[in-house]
Ligand binder design. Structure first.
Ligand code: HEM
Length: 407
């Protein structure tokens, strides 16, 4: 729903922009903002109206100031849940108590048994793909890896990730309110069933996140059903979609020289992953202003205004990263990007996501050191809260693993 421009928004800053549907975004979401870079901020009437910031310093400032820029009711368009969800829409200090409860779970995945599972899964997938000479990277590599992370984190059967992933995609990439409300209901129901399964069969000794939360103590008491549902909802939403899309966009199909470097020098992969995350920052975050903030000249962000922070804007700001569109694996401050957010809500899965991406890029390029986009391939990009890639058809010379090893 588009609205009239509010009186405090200067007419010169109004743009026809929609982060879900704009054809420029769905063409290439990562270069799309170049055209707006001259404006430090602009306003769009889409979805009831919101500001969009374009500079790294401003985006970082807002991410770090949860007092003036709240996470409550921030989704654009409105998320479709009936009340502010515990955790994802809380601000400090309440938010911090729940965050502390969750920190050990995804974090442990970066070093513990989950890390071994991810390494093995990356090697297995790449080994399976290599002799075929072609694949759809999204269906054949990125999603299976994301699913392995999900099923291990929740300790659930493999097909559960496939069941949940479409609901998450509808929530993050679609704008239809009824559709999103149905997805919210379906995810909530999924989490409710997992909690009921565990309550009915406590002897099963599950290693999953939900059973751990069901026995956890919070403020000297167990978590309530509402808290469990909301935290479970957040973890399902956060652990699907972001990893598969960040990984898929990272494959530089048009750049053989980068592929060669990744294949020949595995030591550069961790730094390359930081640079690839910077170049392809898929998440856009919304905040809502709690008070008036004078930004510059005649621009005041007023209490109640919503603000969209497209993290790719911060990570491709030439004022912070010289030649921001180039992949420079030796960039000294690559890891100081905001692909995982910043401040109180900074991604809790960042360590395990980095671990999974490093393993994936290393194992794939080790077995498939040179590949290109299949002829006539037209990968479709969707905008929204997380930019997504529907497919990435790749081809490479058909050789056996032994041939690759000899080269
Ligand atoms: C490459 C993959 C990923 C990217 C790019 C990513 C990005 C982000 C970003 C930008 C935020 C901040 C949201 C905000 O400020 O409102 C965030 C939050 C979060 N992420 Fe991730 N994420 C990824 C993977 C994961 C995974 C695999 C998990 C779980 C295992 C996870 C769990 C979370 C959680 C729980 C939060 C909420 C933190 C809080 O509100 O305190 N993320 N993520």
């Amino acid at each position: 729903m588009n609205v009239e421009t509010p009186a405090h928004v200067p007419a010169r800053l109004v743009r026809d922009f929609d982060h879900h549907r704009d054809p420029v975004i769905t063409g290439d979401p990562f270069t799309a903002f170049e055209r707006y870079r001259d404006d430090r901020i602009f306003w769009t009437p889409a979805y009831g109206g919101y500001w969009v910031l374009t500079r790294s310093a401003d985006i970082r400032m807002i991410l770090c100031d949860a007092t003036r820029f709240s996470n409550r009711h921030g989704s654009i368009p409105a998320a479709g849940w009936p009340r502010p969800l515990i955790r994802q829409e809380l601000d400090p200090p309440e938010h911090g108590k729940y965050r502390a409860l969750l920190i050990p779970h995804p974090t442990a995945g970066a070093t513990g048994p989950l890390s071994t599972v991810l390494d093995a899964e990356c090697a297995r997938l790449a080994e399976h793909l290599a002799p075929a000479g072609q694949c759809d990277l999204v269906a054949g590599f990125s999603r299976p890896l994301q699913n392995a992370l999900f099923t291990n984190l929740f300790d659930v059967p493999a097909d559960h990730a496939d069941q949940c992933a479409p609901w998450i995609a509808e929530l993050l990439q679609r704008t239809d309110h009824d559709l999103r409300s149905r997805s919210v209901a379906a995810i909530t129901q999924y989490v409710r069933h997992r909690i009921a399964d565990q309550a009915d069969h406590p002897q099963l000794d599950s290693r999953g996140l939900l059973p751990a939360l069901m026995t956890a103590h919070f403020d000297h008491r167990p978590l309530t059903m509402t808290e469990l549902l909301d935290i479970g909802f957040l973890m399902v939403m956060a652990s699907l979609d972001t990893l598969a899309n960040s990984l898929s966009f990272s494959f530089l199909a048009e750049h053989p020289e980068y592929q060669r470097r990744l294949a020949r020098d595995p030591a550069i992969v961790p730094n390359a992953v930081e640079e690839l995350l910077r170049l392809h920052s898929v998440v856009s975050i919304a905040r809502i202003a709690t008070c008036d903030t004078h930004l510059c000249d005649d621009v005041t962000i007023c209490a109640g205004d919503r603000i969209l922070l497209c993290l790719t804007n911060a990570n491709r700001d030439p004022a912070r990263y010289p030649e921001p569109g180039n992949a420079c694996f030796e960039r000294p401050d690559s890891n100081r990007n905001v692909a995982f957010g910043l401040g109180a809500h900074r991604c809790l899965g960042a360590l395990v996501a980095r671990k999974a991406m490093t393993s994936a890029i290393r194992e794939f390029h080790h077995r498939i050191p040179a590949y290109h986009l299949a002829e006539d391939a037209r990968p479709q990009v969707s905008g929204g809260a997380v930019c997504s890639l529907d497919s990435l058809p790749l081809t490479w010379p058909k050789r056996s693993i032994r041939d690759f090893a000899r080269e």
